[in-house]
Design a protein around this ligand. Structure first.
Ligand code: PMP
Length: 334
């Protein structure tokens, strides 16, 4: 019989899938391979850091049996932590601002986590602010805060798993690695590992226009999960050889193309990274580098963004093209 003892054994070892039509490249062109992270059991790349950070906290004694994991997050890291915590018998409390959608809160609750919602309209020093509440809960006995923005096991999980997987899957032929940057854990861990194997490999960050990683001031952008307005400890500024800036419009249009033309239903940060990989592939093709092998990491699924990227009204409200998505017809028209 072939089965896993726990869902946790299925984290990582995600496949590489060749991108085709959306690249608009001639036949003789660099190979562009997507590392499909939404195939992790919690649905995103963040399962990797969740399991590694929890294992390390168990080993150090920071997290004791029956302890409580407290993290200010409502996104993929929360799902990863909630899944691992449930399987290992820990409690989980996530603190999030009231602007976080009910759908996202319900995902965390479905795994058995507790969600504490804080008002956005109060100053950071107010006792009910997001920052104060998470610090207070994390200071309670038995509580442990992973803090993905400073935890070294975040980049380490990628150094130990994502990087070696990509190296082995490409049989060492990878020439370029492209990824978005949020905490910077992915680019730091994968980039460091790959450069240690072959220092000629180029590590390329993809970044929303406005984020500090591409020289911005942190001005707002709509792509979620990537870009920052500060420099996280988990980001090593020596790793990226280049950062490609991508507009929200290009990220969202390409996210839709991936679903429509490659059958890959992914989130906006995947569209952003893949758009940067496509640009890189065109540059390399123009230089005659048809032997290049580009790997681009796609962090999560598009299921979490059905009311955003995949909703024409939402896109239209920001003036973005809604193009490549099939219109629906009402019953009377059929
Ligand atoms: N995309 C999405 C959807 C994410 O949730 C994250 C993590 N914040 C990233 C990309 C960036 O990954 P990292 O934090 O490792 O830089």
């Amino acid at each position: 019989m072939q089965y896993a003892n726990s869902l946790l054994d299925l984290i990582g070892n995600t496949p590489l899938v060749r991108l085709g039509r959306t690249l608009d490249l001639p036949d003789e062109a660099p190979l562009v391979l997507a590392k499909v992270e939404y195939l992790n059991p919690g649905g995103s790349v963040k399962d990797r850091i969740a399991s590694r950070m929890i294992e390390a906290a168990e080993a150090s004694g920071a997290l004791q049996p029956g302890g409580t994991i407290v993290e200010p997050t409502s996104g993929n890291t929360g799902v990863g932590l909630a899944m691992v915590a449930q399987q290992k018998g820990y409690k989980c409390v996530f603190v999030c601002p009231d602007k976080v959608s009910e759908d996202k809160r319900n995902v965390l609750k479905a795994y058995g986590a507790e969600v504490v919602v804080c008002p956005t309209a109060v100053a950071p020093e107010h006792p009910t602010s997001y920052y104060n509440v998470s610090d207070r809960l994390a200071a309670e006995p038995g509580a442990w805060k992973p803090d993905q923005y400073s935890n070294p096991h975040n980049p380490r999980s990628h150094y130990e798993t994502t990087g070696p997987e990509i190296w082995a899957q490409t049989e060492g032929r990878i020439t370029h690695f492209v990824t978005g940057m949020g905490t910077g854990g992915t680019i730091t861990g994968v980039g460091r590992y790959l450069k240690e194997q072959n220092s000629d490999i180029l590590v390329v960050g993809a970044d929303p226009s406005g984020s500090v990683y591409s020289g911005g001031t942190g001005r707002p952008y709509l792509v979620e999960g990537v870009g920052e307005d500060f420099w996280p400890e988990t980001y090593d500024r020596e790793i990226a050889d280049r950062v490609i800036e991508v507009s929200d419009a290009d990220s969202f249009a390409f996210t839709r193309r991936l679903a429509r033309e490659e059958a890959m239903l992914v989130g906006g940060s995947s569209g952003m990274a893949a758009f940067a990989a496509r640009q890189l592939a065109h540059e390399l093709a123009a230089e005659g580098r048809t032997d290049a092998v580009i790997v681009v990491l796609l962090p999560d699924s598009g299921r979490g963004y059905l009311t955003k990227v995949f909703n024409d009204d939402w896109l239209g409200q920001y003036g973005f093209a809604t193009g490549a998505q099939a219109d629906h017809r009402t019953v009377g028209e059929v």
